[in-house]
Write a protein that binds this ligand. Sequence first.
Ligand code: NDP
Length: 266
Amino acid sequence: MPIAVPKSEKLVDLLSLKGKVVIVTGASGPRGIGTEAARGCAEMGADVAITYSSRAAGGEKNAADLRDSYGVNAKAYKCDVGKFEEVEKLVQDVIRDFGKVDAFIANAGRTADNGVLEASISDWHEVIQTDLNGVYYCAKAVGPHFKERGTGSFVITASMSGHIANYPQEQTSYNTAKAACIHMARSLANEWRDFARVNSISPGYIDTGLSDFVDQKVQDLWLSMIPLGRNGNPKELKGAYVYLCSDASSYMTGADLLIDGGYCAR
Ligand code: NDP
């Protein structure tokens, strides 16, 4: 059975996430993309389960902030997405605590500045384990629940680096993982066509702290190549996550939303 047209025709109803439960991995940063995606979902009424890996205090603080600011149910869970048993446990714990999962935002990720010639084999494996295998594990863990319920939205945080190779940074492992994530969304959209939608979001340079270590000259070079003339603020992405989690995007699957200030349009 194809996924049905939503009952309501009102955009305000379609965008609402009231009554829905959303998992967001990697939402422990003070100004991260996952942190803002979770905020957007809570703002639109969803109960939200967020995860952290090393920053427990950050995850707990962000969950408390969502409860206090929006009156929703929000809870932080520890989960290393590179370990399938932890991702499976996360999904089981959230179903136990919240009753169900309507949308899953696979956002956790890490970068590595290592050219192929300098990197060790374990450097490669570490990036692939988090940024690619971790996303696959999330899909594998939540997919059966989506299938059983006949509904679900799976959203992957990919990257502009999955479309173009970052210059002059040497990030072959990261770029490769993110490109694969975009294609994973397309493949899964086909596999899951009867019960869930799958899309990706590809942010450009977003001020989250992830690129703080990058040399100022390189950051200036990037700025000169962004048509909108500045880096993005993570708050400017939350609408896209809400849209993909909501019924407003009911006819969208297998798509990638490039949010890069026009960088790739040059
Ligand atoms: P943040 O540091 O705020 O977010 C990264 C998150 O991923 C943290 O919550 C971190 O948890 C979590 N994480 C890292 N490794 C693991 C792991 N093995 N298991 C579980 N969680 C893990 O940075 P961003 O918001 O910038 O990054 C979020 C996503 O956005 C990443 O996938 C990144 O690749 C992507 N992205 C970022 C861009 C940017 O310019 N900032 C551009 C394009 C894509 P903890 O800190 O608790 O360890």
